[in-house]
Design a binder for this molecule. Structure first.
Ligand SMILES: [Zn+2]
Length: 510
């Protein structure tokens, strides 16, 4: 078997030799002076602008303490044996073997037991992190079935406070309605006929309407709890957010197809929705058996909904978790059959057949890989040199750092950057380009501030801005017009301005 190249193995770093400005060099020096001092590194990465979080599941991103608080406010009960929140009418007493979540307000050990069950807090090194991680979603399920606006407010405030400029977060839109429709229509292996049955008589459009209403309600609740538009507005009010529609890959074929069609139809009709993504454990029996069929569904639906974006969890598998034959082609199929624009995780890359060809295709097509280090270590026990982070970079594949489920993982994006810096010894300019990549490969509408393929050619301003001082307070002329017409370029400009500020301060205090 061919081994993946180690970082820098080919004698040169990936990509072009990057020109480094004086302020970047000063900041790099300052960062190097902090290495070995985790506390001060933490402060550095917290302040550093960090682009966007492109791989974030809303319910897994909410802090566990906040979920416990919500459970108590709603009067929910907790089954004490399984530490599972129970769905029940409010005001009802808890059944035998359960106690009110509100007890967690005064009983510290009860509170902490819930936190450990609903997250990776204190999870033992040798334990089955994969199962504990995925089980958490079920345990707190009834807490997150409603009040999506509150959950988004909590998550968006955290993202803005981490000096990020944009969030794509995954939710399951109108999931009851979508599954109800799927089960009524049933399965038809002829995709065109299946899609026709879903849309006949406006059936799918009713689910689209329900999802848009849900998004309206979420927006209203988000703005209310965050005091948006008032003097007390919280930081999340200014954050650009778009939804990625989750599709549960362990479900029946009719449910998967219906959720995909719904998510893609939504992405074409409502610009709050950007894309679809397949979620749930990729190693689950149905997910494995139906993997190829699901890739073909996406290929077909991309023809019907060409403007909907697609990002896919693929290669979130590792030897020992699945049989060798099940490691061979998930990323490849997501790239070649489903033509995913981004890949989530991609951890199993080097265990696939023809993986170098897949990596080269990803580099050529600028298919970014979304990397959440903490999640990969907790779920797959893959970290350090086992992780294909350096391999993707070696092949010139765009890499974006992400959090996945920071609530369950007990992490944040600053930790992920710090991990990259410490584990792979990345210099400051490369960390800065990782932050730029996360906006470049975001599903934000509009043209980029940068020229084509910055991963291979470096971040050079687009023609409209090539005479402007990127990140200056006020752009003028054609550059100003580009920023006005493009939400993507405008977010990128804001980040560049934040970098100017950050580098001036970091250099001065170093
Ligand atoms: Zn994920």
């Amino acid at each position: 078997m061919l081994l993946p190249p180690a970082a820098g193995a080919a004698g040169a770093p990936p990509g072009p030799v990057r020109a480094v400005s004086a302020s970047e060099a000063r900041t790099a020096q300052y960062l190097d002076s902090l290495r070995g001092d985790p506390g001060r590194l933490r402060g550095f990465f917290r302040r550093m602008p960090k682009g966007a979080d492109l791989h974030n599941h809303l319910t897994g991103a909410v802090s566990t303490e906040y979920l416990v608080k919500l459970a108590a406010e709603r009067g929910l009960c907790i089954d004490t044996a399984t530490v599972t929140a129970l769905a029940q009418a409010s005001g009802q007493p808890c059944k035998a073997g359960a106690r009110p979540a509100a007890d967690a307000r005064t009983d510290r050990s009860f509170h902490d037991a819930i936190v450990r069950a609903w997250s990776m807090q204190d999870f033992p090194q040798g334990g089955n992190g994969h199962d504990h991680f995925f089980a958490a979603f079920k345990k707190f399920g009834p807490v997150v079935w409603q009040d999506r606006g509150k959950l988004l407010a909590q998550v968006a405030n955290g993202v803005a406070e981490q000096n990020q400029f944009y969030l794509e977060t995954m939710v399951s839109p109108a999931s009851q309605e979508a599954n109800g429709l799927a089960d009524r229509v049933g399965w038809d292996a002829d995709f065109a006929r299946m899609h026709g049955k879903l849309t006949a008589g406006g059936k799918l459009d009713k689910v689209v309407a329900a999802a848009r209403k849900e998004a309206d309600d979420t927006d209203a609740q988000f703005r209310a709890v965050n005091h948006c538009g008032t003097a007390k507005a919280r930081p999340g009010c200014d954050l650009a957010v778009r939804w990625v529609s989750q599709v549960g890959r362990t479900g029946s074929s009719q449910r998967v197809f219906t959720q995909l069609a719904l998510g893609m139809r939504l992405a074409e009709r409502d610009n709050r929705f950007a894309a679809v993504n397949l979620v749930q454990p990729e190693d689950e029996k149905n997910a494995l058996n139906n993997y190829s069929q699901q890739m073909r569904m996406i290929k077909y639906l991309r023809g019907v909904y060409p403007r909907a974006h697609v990002t896919l969890h693929a290669g979130e598998v590792w030897p020992g978790l699945v049989k060798p034959e099940e490691l061979k082609s998930h990323i490849r199929q997501a790239v070649h059959t489903a033509r995913a624009e981004r890949i989530g995780h991609g951890v199993g890359l080097v265990h696939e057949d023809h993986w170098q060809d897949t990596a080269r295709t990803m580099a050529d097509r600028e298919i970014a890989v979304e990397v959440p280090f903490t999640s990969n270590a907790q779920i797959l026990k893959v970290r350090g040199s086992d992780h294909p982070f350096a391999t993707y970079r070696h092949f010139g594949v765009p890499v974006v750092l992400a959090t996945d489920d920071p609530g369950i993982s007990r992490t944040d994006i600053s930790t992920e950057y710090q991990h990259a810096a410490e584990t792979y010894d990345l210099p400051y300019p490369e960390l800065k380009d990782l932050a730029r990549a996360s906006l470049e490969y975001a599903f934000l509408p509009g043209t980029s501030l940068w020229r084509d393929n910055p991963t291979s050619d470096g971040y050079r301003p687009a023609k409209a801005c090539d005479t402007a001082q990127v990140g200056a307070v006020k752009p003028t002329g054609p550059c100003e017009r580009l920023l006005k017409s493009s939400p993507k370029a405008s977010a990128q400009w804001r980040q560049e301005a934040a970098f100017t500020h950050f580098e001036n301060r970091a250099g001065a205090t170093g």
